[in-house]
Design a protein around this ligand. Structure first.
Ligand SMILES: C[S@@+](CC[C@H](N)C(=O)[O-])C[C@H]1O[C@@H](n2cnc3c(N)ncnc32)[C@H](O)[C@@H]1O
Length: 453
C-alpha cells in the first residue's frame, strides 16, 4: 500500500482509506508479475510433505516462502495461519525453523496439517509401512485363502447409507479392512500418517466424479481398487517424509511441541496468546466458493469425524448454511454488496453478510495475537454472483482498518491455471467447467497486507 500512502497523503493526508479510495485503488491496481509464480514446476510445489493430500484452493509453498522472505525479520519468528487448510503455511514455517500456530474448523484439515508437519524417523516409518502393506497384501488380487489374516472390516454404521451411495461393495469391504488395520496401529503418529493416506485415496476409490471437486456421482466411473492406490500413495508419502525430515532444522525435529501449536478450532478464537505472532499468512474461505464440509464428506463419513453433519456445516465461515440477524457490519463496501445482492438474491445476500461479519471477527482476532510491528497477509479473490461483483478483497482492505491495522500493501497476482478454482457462469451463477465459463470468477487474487503499528 506504499503507493496508496503516497497518494493519500497528497490527497487527504490521512491514514485511514475510505471505501471510495479503496475501490478506486483496486480499479487501477496492476498485476505484480513477480508474485504470480507461474513457472514453478510441480515437483517443487509438491515437495516434502506437500503431496500428502489434495486440498481445494491450497497455497503453493513458494507463495508462503516469498512472503516470509519479505516480512520475517528474525530467526525466532512465530508464523500463524487461522485457516490452515492442509497446512502449507505451517509446514513452510517449520521448514525454516520458525514457530508455527494455526487453526482450522475442518477435521480433515487438522489431521492433514498435523501429519504433514510431524516428520517421522524415515527408517522406522519405512519398516512400519512395509509391515502394514504386507499384512494387507491379500487385498491385492482378492486372494482370500485359509492363510488370509482375518481382519473384520470397519465400516462406520452411522453413515452406512452415504458409504453405500459412494462406494461399490468390493471397495467398501477393502476400505473397511484397511481402516481396521490402521486403527490396530498403536503408534499415533504412524496411525495418523496412514489415516491421511486413507483419506486421500477415498476419492479415487469412490464413484465421485474424478474431475470434480464438488460431490457429483459418476455412475460410469470404474473406481480404483483401494490396496493398489494406497500402496502407491504411501510410497510417495514415504519419500516426502524423508525429504522433509532431512530438511527441517534439528531444533524443530527434537522439540516439535515447542514449535508447533495447531488446533481444531474456530479462526475467530485461537488458542494463541496476545501479541506473540510476527506474521500471519492465510487464505480464507470465500462465500460463493467451496463448501468445505461437503467437499470432504468422504473423509468425514469414513473417519466418523462428526455425529451431526448438518450442525458441523454451520461452523464453517463462508458457508451457505449460515445467516445472522441484527449484527452490523463495519465495512461500507460490504454493506453495499449485501444491499445490491439482496435485490437479486436475498438468501445469498444473507450468506455474504454472515461471511463478512465472521471475517471482521477474524481480523480482530488477528490483531489481538500479532505483536506490534507484525503483519497479516490475507490472500483472497473477488467473484461475481448473479451479475453482482462480490469485492472480497476491497472489503478485506477496508475491514482490516476497522480492526486497527494500517493498510501496508496490496499485491495483485495471477492464479496459475493448474490451481485455478472453478469459475461461475455469469448468467446462472452456477459453477461451470473452466472452458465453458464465460466469466472468469477468479482470474487473479489479491494479498491484502495489514500492519499492526
Ligand atoms: C482456502 S482454505 C485454506 C487453504 C490453505 N491456505 C492451504 O494451503 O491449504 C480455507 C480454510 O478455511 C477453513 N475454515 C472454514 N471455516 C473456518 C472457521 N470457522 N475456522 C477456521 N477455519 C475455517 C476451511 O476448512 C478451509 O480449510
Amino acid at each position: 500500500m506504499r503507493q496508496i500512502l503516497e497518494r493519500a497523503s497528497k490527497n487527504i493526508g490521512g491514514d485511514f482509506y475510505s471505501a471510495n479510495e479503496i475501490i478506486h485503488y483496486f480499479k487501477e491496481k496492476e498485476i505484480d508479475k513477480d508474485w504470480s509464480l507461474c513457472e514453478i514446476p510441480r515437483t517443487e510445489t509438491s515437495k516434502w510433505t506437500h503431496n500428502y493430500h489434495r486440498y481445494p484452493a491450497k497455497f503453493i509453498p513458494q507463495l508462503v516462502e516469498k512472503l516470509m522472505d519479505e516480512y520475517v525479520m528474525n530467526v525466532n519468528s512465530h508464523i500463524n495461519d487461522p485457516f490452515m487448510g492442509c497446512g502449507t503455511t505451517i509446514v513452510s514455517a517449520l521448514s525454516r525453523g520458525y514457530k508455527a500456530s494455526g487453526t482450522d474448523i475442518n477435521h480433515i484439515a487438522y489431521l492433514i496439517t498435523k501429519v504433514k508437519s510431524t516428520p517421522i524417523e524415515p527408517t522406522l516409518l519405512k519398516s512400519k509401512v512395509n509391515q502394514f502393506l504386507k499384512q494387507l497384501s491379500f487385498l491385492e488380487d482378492n486372494q482370500i485363502s485359509i492363510f488370509t489374516p482375518s481382519i473384520e472390516p470397519l465400516i462406520p454404521s452411522k453413515y452406512r447409507d452415504r458409504i453405500d451411495y459412494w462406494f461399490t461393495e468390493d471397495n467398501k469391504y477393502d476400505l473397511g479392512v484397511i481402516l481396521r488395520a490402521i486403527y490396530n496401529e498403536e503408534n499415533i503418529n504412524i496411525r495418523d500418517f496412514y489415516l491421511v493416506a486413507f483419506s486421500h485415496i477415498l476419492k479415487n476409490c469412490s464413484l465421485w466424479l474424478q474431475s470434480s471437486t464438488k460431490p457429483t456421482r459418476d455412475l460410469n466411473k470404474k473406481p480404483s481398487r483401494p490396496y493398489f492406490v494406497l500402496k502407491t500413495h504411501l510410497m510417495k508419502m514415504l519419500k516426502g517424509n524423508e525429504d522433509f525430515y532431512n530438511f527441517i532444522p534439528d531444533k524443530v525435529k527434537i522439540n516439535l511441541n515447542e514449535y508447533l501449536n495447531i488446533s481444531l478450532q474456530d479462526a475467530r478464537k485461537q488458542s494463541v496468546d496476545n501479541e506473540t505472532v510476527d506474521l500471519i499468512i492465510t487464505s480464507s474461505p470465500y462465500v460463493t466458493s467451496y463448501e468445505y464440509a461437503d467437499l470432504h464428506q468422504l473423509s468425514d463419513i469414513w473417519l466418523y469425524f462428526t455425529d451431526d453433519l448438518t450442525e458441523y456445516k454451520t461452523k464453517f465461515i463462508g458457508t451457505s448454511y449460515k445467516k445472522y440477524d441484527n449484527i452490523n457490519l463495519s465495512s461500507l463496501i460490504a454493506k453495499n454488496i449485501v444491499s445490491q445482492m439482496s435485490l437479486v438474491h436475498k438468501k445469498k445476500a444473507k450468506e455474504i453478510e454472515a461471511f463478512y461479519i465472521d471475517m471482521e471477527e477474524v481480523f480482530n482476532e488477528s490483531y489481538r495475537i500479532l505483536k506490534k510491528g507484525g503483519r497479516c497477509c490475507f490472500v483472497i479473490g473477488n467473484t461475481k454472483y448473479k451479475g453482482i461483483d462480490v469485492l472480497n478483497a476491497e472489503v478485506f482492505a477496508e475491514s482490516l482498518q476497522y480492526a486497527g491495522f494500517i493498510l501496508d500493501r496490496i499485491i495483485k497476482r495471477e492464479i496459475p491455471s493448474k490451481i485455478l478454482p472453478q469459475k461461475r457462469d455469469e448468467k446462472t451463477g452456477r459453477f461451470a467447467s473452466n472452458s465453458k465459463a464465460n466469466c472468469e470468477a477468479y482470474p487473479v487474487e489479491y494479498i491484502i497486507i495489514g500492519l499492526k503499528e
